[in-house]
Ligand binder design. Structure first.
Ligand code: SF4
Length: 673
């Protein structure tokens, strides 16, 4: 019999849907795995635990199979299924080496309802809204639907005599909470290393209000998957494919697959330099050695998958081009931006010119930064002092705070603000953090932000679109709010229109405004147009740009290696005392300033977070989102809460200081030029 550790479970099956080779690396201690601990943190940040618990309340009276032991779970399930009708949570099933735990299973005589609960939001009304126009499955829904199809398949093999109907239970974006305080009814805690949710005592069906989860029947789509009509390009029919995967996994055989730009860039089995030094193996390197013939020395070269913002990367891989240096620049079809400047179009690098720059620097082994002094100077001349650098921390909470709100309402709970005066003096001028459990923070956040910025006409800087997007979200929330409860609603909305421009969704909702001349300046856009540093590895995330800039600038290194940063010092700070941002490790390498900060969480969770933060997609804001969720939904003492808050304030402060440092770097370069 297959040992439980070699069962093809639904999570292993979903992993194989991403890339079949991953099955070989998963669960092996000798390989780095950046998603190993993700489920807890991701579920915490996304509200997965609470949604799962809320779902059970919608199907009350069931039995939970609590044990983690596979055989015991199978036995308990078997016994309970002897009843004519029963509801089970986490029921366990096995067919040969296929194994699954079903979120909710309803048995009624000879039929099963299989309900897979996902905290993902859904704005449609039925399964057709998960399909493309040609009937294939929309990318956003593939993994969820394959998950259910797999479960239904295993269940039908284990119980061929039963009729099975399958459903996804999702957060309904069209629903509105009809009760206040719903999200505070579910508290998360850890027991023996396992995350649990405790529902507050005395909860009644009335307290839940109208449902905010929607049940979508997905049998027809599962049928498409079984028949290969779902748009996938699998060679084998579904049942044979599942069998093949389970046999390969059981025998611990690696399934070689083609390299792919997206899947390999995001691969969780890629080691960080630190993990490599600690002796962990890199599944990523194994694949690239085996599939592309790379040698160990080759991994210090930039790869094709690092090419910025390109949809040609897979084409290059298919042609056997694995390194940036091997791309012929003309293959990138250079196209200039309109550089006249007088036609209203931006000057600066086009996407293809920036890609070519990246390739040429790789071909020439040139590690020096590119800097378009003329382009940037033209922008800087329009800036008005004092300059304001702001950064928001935000999240989306699955279960609404208040009545009238939809699941996954955007919430802004923290900002930091650095100010640079006309005399060049820098100060950490302000901050805000609202993390009181159960309180919707966005309007108080906005009032505090307005107070910070309304005193002058200085230029405001953001990094990327996030701050503009969130001001639009708050604008909509204000418009939808009861003006009796938010008496300054008009004033707040008017102020937003002076510092933000309407997003497409604001325009679509008929709320557009003409942007004022204080519309925030996006520093990231300026990076894309006028600046490229090979040390960023093709990423424009501030978390990558900051270390690259610090590494290049003797001025910044000299200035910030002195303890000038802190309350009452040359650069006043609201959270630091006598702090130096430039430190080197034993090898003489500069330590990333973010690594100098105290941990946000306890040690074990901090290790997990390292992986999230090393993932560029999650890096920006991941720590803050998770910390916010912890403060909202888990029990903690005042001391722990204060420690998390102090750490969050420091992280957000560094986000805006990093923007200031980038600005200082550019100013110095211009002066030097
Ligand atoms: S490196 Fe690429 S091919 Fe290898 S496991 Fe990761 S995603 Fe799959």
């Amino acid at each position: 019999m297959t040992p439980a550790s070699r069962y093809l479970t639904k999570s292993r099956f979903i992993l194989a849907c991403e890339c079949e080779t991953k099955l070989f690396y998963t669960g092996k201690a000798e390989y780095a795995d950046h998603k190993k601990d993700d489920p807890f943190l991701a579920a915490l940040a996304e509200g997965g635990f609470q949604v799962g618990e809320l779902a059970k309340l919608y199907y009350p009276g069931g039995y939970e199979i609590e044990t983690l032991n596979h055989e015991q779970a199978l036995e308990q399930t078997r016994k309970l299924l002897q009843r004519e009708s029963v509801i089970l949570y986490e029921a366990a099933f096995r067919h040969r080496s296929l194994f699954l735990r079903a979120d909710i299973l309803i048995k009624d005589r000879s039929s099963f309802e299989l309900i897979e609960v996902k905290s993902k939001s859904f704005k449609g009304s039925g399964p057709e809204d998960m399909l493309n126009k040609n009937g294939t499955i929309h990318n956003n829904w593939v993994s969820y639907l394959y998950d259910v199809a797999f479960q239904k398949h295993v269940l039908s093999l284990a119980f061929p005599q039963m009729r099975i109907r399958s459903y996804l239970l999702l957060a309904d974006k069209n629903a509105r909470a009809t009760v206040d305080g719903l999200n505070q009814r579910f508290l998360i805690y850890k027991q023996n290393g396992r995350s649990r949710v405790r529902v507050r005592e005395g909860i009644t069906p009335e307290m839940l209000g109208e449902p905010i989860l929607i049940r979508v029947p997905v049998d027809d789509i599962a049928e498409k998957i079984y028949q290969g009509r779902d748009g996938s390009n699998r060679d084998l029919p579904f049942a044979e494919w599942v069998e093949y995967l389970s046999v390969q996994y059981e025998r611990d055989r690696k399934i070689p697959t083609e390299l792919g730009s997206k899947k390999c860039s995001d691969c969780e089995f890629r080691c960080t330099a630190e993990e490599e030094r600690s002796g962990l193996k890199s599944g990523f390197r194994e694949c690239w050695r085996e599939q592309a013939g790379l040698t160990e020395g080759d991994f210090s070269e930039p790869l094709v998958i690092d090419l910025w913002n390109s949809n040609r990367r897979d084409r290059f891989l298919n042609q056997g081009i694995y390194f940036l240096r091997d791309i012929e620049p003309e293959l990138l079809q250079p196209k200039d931006r309109n550089r006249g400047g007088g036609d209203g179009k931006e000057r600066g690098l086009s996407v293809s010119r920036r890609q070519i720059l990246q390739v040429e620097k790789a071909r020439n082994g040139d590690a020096s930064p590119y800097f378009d002094a003329e382009g940037l100077k033209a922008k800087m001349e329009k800036w008005v002092y004092p300059l304001h650098f702001i950064d928001f921390e935000t999240t989306q909470v699955a279960i609404p705070f208040n009545r009238g709100m939809a699941p996954y309402e955007g919430i802004a709970f923290q900002f930091s603000h650095h100010r640079v005066g006309a005399d060049g003096r820098i100060a950490h001028a302000g901050q805000y953090l609202h993390a009181e459990p159960g309180q919707f923070p966005s309007f108080a956040f906005l009032r505090a932000l307005k107070r910070e910025l309304e005193g002058d006409r200085g230029t405001i800087f953001r990094y990327a679109d996030h701050e503009n997007t969130y001001l639009n979200i708050i604008y909509r929330q204000l418009r939808e709010a009861d003006s009796r409860l938010v008496p300054d609603r008009e004033e707040l909305c008017d102020w937003i229109t002076t510092v933000a421009h309407p997003t497409r969704s604001t325009r679509d909702s008929g709320n557009a405004w003409v942007p004022g001349n204080r519309d925030m300046v996006d520093l990231r856009k300026l990076v894309e147009l006028y600046f490229y540093h090979p040390g960023t590895g093709g990423s424009n995330s501030l978390k990558k740009v900051l270390p690259a800039v610090l590494g290049s600038s003797k001025f910044l290194q000299e200035k910030y290696s002195r303890p000038i940063y802190g309350a009452g010092l040359e650069i006043p700070s609201l959270n630091f005392e006598s702090w130096s941002w430039i430190c080197s490790d034993q090898t003489g390498e500069l330590i990333d300033p973010y690594r100098l900060l105290p941990p946000v969480f306890e040690e074990a969770e901090e290790d997990d977070l390292e992986h999230l933060v090393s993932d560029p997609k999650l890096a920006d804001g991941a720590a803050a989102m998770i910390a916010y969720a912890r403060m909202q939904f888990s029990e903690m003492g005042d001391a722990e809460r204060r420690a998390i808050q102090r750490a969050l304030l420091k992280y957000c402060e560094l986000d805006t200081l990093a923007m200031v440092m980038l600005w200082e770097y550019w100013v110095r370069e211009l002066m030097a030029g």
